[in-house]
Write a protein that binds this ligand. Structure first.
Ligand code: ZN
Ligand code: ZN
Length: 306
């Protein structure tokens, strides 16, 4: 059964911190014992799954020679994630791909590195994780061992995984959500994991401090929408699995936001929020207390929200 969108959104956002700074998005939630079962599985195609839980949505591709996991949420709920994977396959996880460096997508790297052959991510994911871990009191480990691309995100890169007869493409995108965004395409099943370049039915977080921008989010959406097939299933970073229409709607929403911000350069985030055509875009919900519309408008204008 396909879980309902609001339920999934609530699940996905449950561990996001309630207060700013926005950089907290990348940190792991503190203490609080993890609920027994937070993971829900949705089958997308033969041997292809989306696993929802707390944090960024996870993709799983199973082949005869092992599985590939895309993103892994948080360390404290890693046991539940591994149980969910075991309920699907007894094949080991061979590769773990990180779509970007944020903790709600890489927090369980530290657990999974002990059992996977390699963690794979964009070059800037490794360097940003390394930098974050260098701070006092931060746990160390779980760094990607295989990196794709160059530090300059304008230098695009592509990598392919060939495993058990299944081909997967890791496509580095222009700086959008961060400067190390990879999407994973699975041509045989018409499934893609878009990481946080796609928030389905939610206003997106854009990490300006990690090189992200609204313009980049839009450019990537335009680029991907131009060639992905009509029947593609898209795993977003947050929100329920969607299709091409949902991603186009998200792109159009971002364009409306961009036009609104450009037309009103003197307005604050709060004023932009008040003057926005919320009626037309009522299907885009705020990320709870973590990211309200007024803060989102500040980010859209390239300003750090207060
Ligand atoms: Zn995320
Ligand atoms: Zn993110």
């Amino acid at each position: 059964m396909r879980p309902s969108a609001p339920a999934l959104a609530a699940l996905a956002l449950a561990t996001l911190p309630a207060s700013l700074p926005l950089a907290a998005h990348v940190r792991q939630p503190q203490a609080a014992a993890a609920p027994a079962k937070v993971h829900k599985i949705e089958k997308l195609a033969e041997n292809v799954y989306c696993i929802y839980g707390n944090g960024g949505n996870i993709g799983l591709v199973v082949t005869d020679k092992g599985a590939v996991l895309i993103d892994d949420q948080f360390e404290d709920i890693a046991p539940g994630l591994l149980e969910a994977v075991k309920s699907i396959t007894d094949k080991p996880i061979k590769y773990l791909v990180n779509t970007h460096w944020h903790g709600d997508h890489t927090g369980a790297n530290i657990v999974l590195e002990k059992q996977v052959t390699a963690i794979i991510a964009h070059t800037n994911v490794r360097s940003r994780l390394e930098k974050a871990q260098a701070k006092e009191g931060e746990k160390k480990g779980g760094l990607p061992e295989i990196t794709v691309g160059f530090p300059d995100p304008k230098e695009r890169a592509v990598m392919a995984i060939h495993l058990g007869g299944v081909e997967m493409h890791l496509l580095h995108q222009a700086a959008g959500h961060t400067d190390g965004d990879l999407v994973l395409g699975l041509p045989v099943a018409h499934v893609m994991h878009l990481g946080d370049l796609f928030f389905n039915g939610l206003i997106p977080y854009i990490d300006l401090e990690s090189g992200g921008s609204l313009e980049g989010m839009i450019a990537n959406a335009d680029g991907l929408l131009a060639w992905i097939p009509e029947d593609v299933k898209l795993i977003p970073g947050h929100g329920p699995v969607g299709g091409k229409k949902d991603y186009a709607r998200f792109r159009d929403f971002l364009k409306a936001v961009q036009a609104h911000v450009k037309a009103n350069p003197k307005l604050s985030g709060k004023e932009l929020d008040e003057a926005f055509d919320h009626k037309t875009w009522s299907d885009f919900k705020p990320l709870g207390k973590f990211l309200s519309y007024d803060k989102f408008f500040d980010i859209a204008a390239g300003r750090r929200p207060k």
